[in-house]
Design a protein around this ligand. Structure first.
Ligand code: GLN
Length: 494
């Protein structure tokens, strides 16, 4: 029995709720109290305590009356502030949407509501999900609940889903939604010592998620265990008439292969990921992970993903191109704060200059440039061609292996100070291991394996075939069982 309700896994909390040993109201109150204590971490942009308690009360009533309940009935979660929530402010961590109250709900958050979850609030992210640290948020940075050697809260939680990762790691919710365009679930999961999955592109609806790069954006869960992510994803995923890119496939029970051993499974170790960007402390944990997966009964072989080195430039060309088009809707006429001007053009200019942060403007400029006449063929079309080669690398590799094991990020969590001195391009290098699988659209789960020599968590990714999340979860859970990662950040200890 765990001592604190905020340390539970979703699976265990459901068990206690169903046995009526705890109520959702108790569970929700425990999290609200923790959120208050942890305000210094700046995790939430908007807290919704009244709504949470109301939902928890309704949930308890349902359970007691014997009514049909949802599969996540009474579980308190947090939503990344990129998901539109009806009647609740949704900012994308930007100034331009800082007072936007959506008149509709995103499909994924609606699905989670239908499953009986309780929403504690909306958590921080990089602005429009552009970044890897939450430092581009208009609402200030989120602090990683893990401290540095001196005990100071000086580290970034990663990003863009840094608020979601910090919330789970600090015990402020049992699970959270994230989104991943080029690594935004997996890198913060690694930096904060939690688990998260970017599902196959097309597994979850993007309807109502503030768009960044539509051919890459994908919703996914972040939680403490592989099983919890599988439980959440089952509710989040599925067909939606509002989004034509969702696959018309049944949503399987993602927990169905959990607990099976890995006999006969072949796991690929991509040699190109042993690059100069890989920090030796992270490489050591990767080697540990390889031994763990072998202990779990799998065979490992070296594989090649030859176009890996092109993934970063290809990603930044395609993501920026799509962002420049998606963000053209913020014009001061429709749903945004308006800054007047003498002419219509001047009003657009004033609104967008005032409303977007520096990183967002940089990407709009870059994206507009690569799509402009004269450069379109040289950059955008060429990037699309190379994207196909990267996709082919994975398809070919998966003829030989069942899954791929690789680091999620080249380093452990960096400090704000270190990040401030880095150029934008230097910060983009942190996405070197996550962008290839994003471009290929394959599912990938990141889970914590061990602490690096500097005392900070390191996560590895298990990447699988399109729409084979069950296998990815199975392999990841076997690794989780070997890793016994139960370390908690200083914040929770204190
Ligand atoms: N860090 C990457 C970027 O800045 C990925 C962001 C994401 O996945 N949303 O674009």
């Amino acid at each position: 029995m765990v001592e604190r309700l905020t340390d539970l896994t979703i699976a265990d909390a459901l068990d206690l709720l169903n046995k009526k040993e705890i109520s959702s109201v108790e569970l929700t109150r425990a999290h609200l109290a923790e959120m208050e204590k942890a305000r210094f971490l700046n995790v939430f942009i908007t807290e919704t305590p009244e709504l949470a308690l109301k939902q928890a009360e309704e949930s308890d009533k349902k359970r007691l009356s014997g009514e049909k309940i949802g599969r996540l009935e009474g579980i308190p979660i947090a939503n990344k502030d990129l998901y539109c929530t009806k009647g609740i402010r949704t900012t994308a961590a930007s100034k331009i949407l800082s007072d936007f109250v959506p008149p509709y709900e995103s499909t994924v958050t609606q699905n989670l509501k239908n499953a009986g979850t309780v929403m504690l609030g909306k958590v921080n992210t990089d602005q429009f999900a552009m970044g890897g640290s939450t430092m581009t948020s208009y609402f200030g940075v989120t602090k990683n609940p893990w401290t540095d050697e001196t005990g100071a809260y000086s580290l970034v939680p990663g990003g863009s889903s840094g608020g979601s990762a910090a919330a789970v790691a600090a015990g402020l919710c049992l699970g959270a939604t994230g989104s991943d365009t080029g690594g935004s679930i997996r890198q913060p999961a690694s930096f904060c010592g939690i688990t998260g999955i970017k599902p196959t592109y097309g597994r979850c609806s993007r309807y109502g998620i503030v768009a960044f790069a539509s051919s890459l954006d994908q919703a996914g869960p972040m939680a403490r265990t592989v099983k919890d992510c599988a439980l959440m994803l089952r509710e989040m995923a599925g067909m939606d008439s509002h989004d034509s890119t969702v696959a018309d496939l049944p949503v399987p029970d993602f927990t169905q292969f959990l607990g099976r051993d890995l006999k006969g499974k072949i796991i690929g170790i991509p040699k190109e990921y042993r690059s100069k960007d890989l920090n030796p402390m992270v490489a050591e944990v990767w080697d540990k992970g390889i031994r763990m997966i072998q202990n779990a009964g799998a065979e490992t072989i070296e594989i090649s993903l030859p176009h890996t080195k092109y993934a970063l430039p290809v990603y930044y060309i395609i993501a920026c191109a799509e962002a420049s088009s998606n963000l053209s809707r913020y014009d001061g006429v429709r749903y945004t704060t308006r800054v007047p001007g003498k002419t219509l053009d001047e009003m657009y200019e004033n609104t967008r200059t005032d409303g977007f942060g520096a990183e967002v403007i940089r990407r709009i400029l870059l994206g507009t440039f690569v799509l402009s006449a004269g450069f379109y063929d040289a950059y955008y079309i060429r990037a699309q061609r190379v994207r196909r080669l990267i996709y082919n690398d994975f398809v070919e590799a998966f003829q030989k292996v069942d899954a791929i094991l690789a680091p999620a990020a080249p380093t452990t969590a960096l400090s704000y100070e270190a990040m401030k001195t880095m150029s934008p391009v230097d910060t983009y290098l942190g996405d070197v291991f996550t962008t290839p699988s994003s471009l290929a659209g394959v599912p990938s789960v990141a889970l914590p394996i061990a602490l690096a020599k500097n005392g900070l968590p390191v996560g590895l990714q298990v990447i699988g075939r399109h729409f084979e999340e069950q296998t990815v979860f199975q392999v990841a859970q076997a690794l989780e069982n070997e890793a016994h990662f139960v370390k908690t950040p200083h914040y929770v200890k204190g």
